[in-house]
Write a protein that binds this ligand. Structure first.
Ligand code: HAX
Length: 447
């Protein structure tokens, strides 16, 4: 059932899977009928907010603390994962190891993962043709999604499934697909970036001596410390438990045993909405609007407040603020803020962002609609990119997608390992809902 030669990471993962399968089987056998949550009408109509209906061990999002990857807070992850000599941010490959196994890898273990990624960086020529066939005004997320989709014919899972694979082996070929795709995504993204924004420079092939983060910086022609920016960016965006649109989409699509190429392309499509990943480009667009209005000078506090109120009064959201789960400032925002304070404290746009941080939460509280008035990851991320010369803000969500793929793909491997079934919640009609609340005295109001 198992490949005779497995990489060290895959071997460790397999041991973890065997142990975990027993836990899941025991839970199901002994407690399968236990009730752990109930559902209100407003949750059904309101996007299923807060209903405990998914299980993942890769990350957990506490509303007041923020994200933990495998039990570690972001500052802990950034401190504990191995780093390249002189780097401030850890290897992204080490995060993949952590998310898959729950263990902080040694430098040697990360080196082996890096070697494995290096061997998987070959991109079939037809992918470049797919990208080149897009009109240049296409959104880079649409191109990225299509390029990932075009790779589907490479899926080991799909080939093995057709040959008649044992269910217990699903995780194995899914691991191969996921690792292949992760290794390729930065190359595809860099090709899109160079084609759309710097066609005069042409495509730059990866440097085999560099890790994933540094290689991306190299491929789009950026010097240090942009390698640390990319590592930070990919790591902080990797996972946010399973219910957010991108993670949930990836999981949902994969639950029908569609391979990871289908699932990741769908995940990218979900991330491309302005209420989700696209918010990072919206923040930049909104800040540019403010800067244009100010004609280059820094706004006063009153002018800033007016700009925020004007946006709200036009019936629009303040991009980069609010969250469906978080009820405090996003730790992903804080990690980037600290980076900005260290590396670019005098950056004009950073000053705007910092000034907004001081006034927006009070305004949102005064308006009284948003449940969370604090900034999320997207309020800060575009400003860092802008500072290092990635000023094409349409591209920011592509970077988010590379990071998010690390979490989504780790989850899909585990979904397959634990045999999670096809996802299929039940829907009812409005008539039925009305009838249920009218006729059933047993339905308890939570108010
Ligand atoms: N500005 C203005 N109004 C806001 C708001 C904001 N930043 N955040 C929430 N609200 C409003 C909602 O639009 C909603 O209004 P209606 O009652 O008129 O529909 C009301 O407050 C209640 O919303 P909520 O329960 O607090 O928030 P939701 O869980 O429904 O939505 C969102 C969460 C992130 C989508 C929301 O806060 C928002 O639109 N923020 C701005 C866009 C953004 O930054 N998105 C990125 C979020 C992080 C992420 O996923 N990154 O990828």
């Amino acid at each position: 059932m198992l490949h005779p030669v497995m990489s060290q990471l895959k071997d460790k993962l397999y041991q973890k899977i065997q142990d975990h399968r027993k836990r899941t089987a025991k839970l199901l056998k002994e407690n399968g009928d236990r009730v752990i949550d109930q559902v209100t009408v407003s949750q059904i109509i309101g996007g299923m907010r807060g209903i405990k209906s998914l299980v993942t061990d890769i990350s957990y999002l506490d509303p007041y603390e923020g994200i933990r990857y495998r039990g570690y807070t972001l500052p802990e992850v950034l401190e504990k994962l191995p780093k390249a000599d002189g780097a401030e941010m850890p290897y992204v490959e080490g995060l993949y190891y952590l998310l898959l196994t729950g263990e902080i890898p040694s430098t040697d273990e990360v080196n082996r993962v890096m070697m494995s990624f290096r061997n998987r960086r070959v991109i079939p020529l037809y992918v470049w043709d797919v990208i080149d066939s897009f009109p240049s005004e296409s959104h880079p997320m649409a191109i990225f999604s299509a390029a990932v989709m075009s790779l589907q014919r490479e899926s080991h899972f799909t080939i093995k499934y057709k040959q008649g694979m044992n269910k217990m082996d699903y995780w194995n070929s899914t691991y191969e697909d996921a690792t292949n795709l992760l290794a390729k995504m930065p190359l595809i993204a860099a090709y899109i970036y160079n084609k759309l924004y710097h066609p005069e420079k042409g495509h730059r092939y990866p440097d085999p001596s560099l890790d994933l983060g540094a290689n991306f910086a190299y491929m789009i022609g950026k010097d240090k410390p942009y390698d640390d920016v990319t590592r930070m960016y990919f790591i902080i965006h990797a996972d946010h438990e399973s219910g957010n649109v991108s993670a949930h989409t990836g999981h949902l699509v994969a639950s029908s045993l569609s391979d990871v190429y289908y699932a990741t392309s769908a995940m990218i499509n979900g991330l491309a909405g302005p209420l989700h990943g696209l918010a990072n480009q919206e923040v930049l667009r909104w800040l540019q609007g403010l800067r244009d209005q100010m004609k280059g000078r820094l706004p006063s506090e009153e002018e800033l407040k007016q700009y925020v109120w004007d946006t709200l009064n036009k019936g629009q959201v303040i991009p980069g603020y609010g969250h469906a789960v978080l009820r405090k400032t996003d730790p992903r925002y804080m990690v980037q803020r600290e980076f900005c304070l260290k590396h670019m404290p005098d950056d004009e746009l950073f000053k705007y962002v910092d000034a907004l941080y001081k006034i927006v939460p009070d305004i949102l509280r005064e308006q009284g609609k948003a449940k969370n008035p604090w900034p999320n990851v997207d309020a800060q991320s575009g400003v860092v990119q802008w500072h290092y010369g990635v000023t094409q803000f349409d591209f920011y969500t592509v970077l988010f997608a590379i990071g998010r793929a690390i979490g989504v793909l780790s989850n899909i491997i585990w979904d397959r390992a634990l045999g999670y079934p096809l996802e299929r919640p039940k829907s009812i009609t409005t008539d039925m809902l009305e009838e249920m609340v009218r006729s059933d005295p047993e339905l308890v109001s939570t108010n």
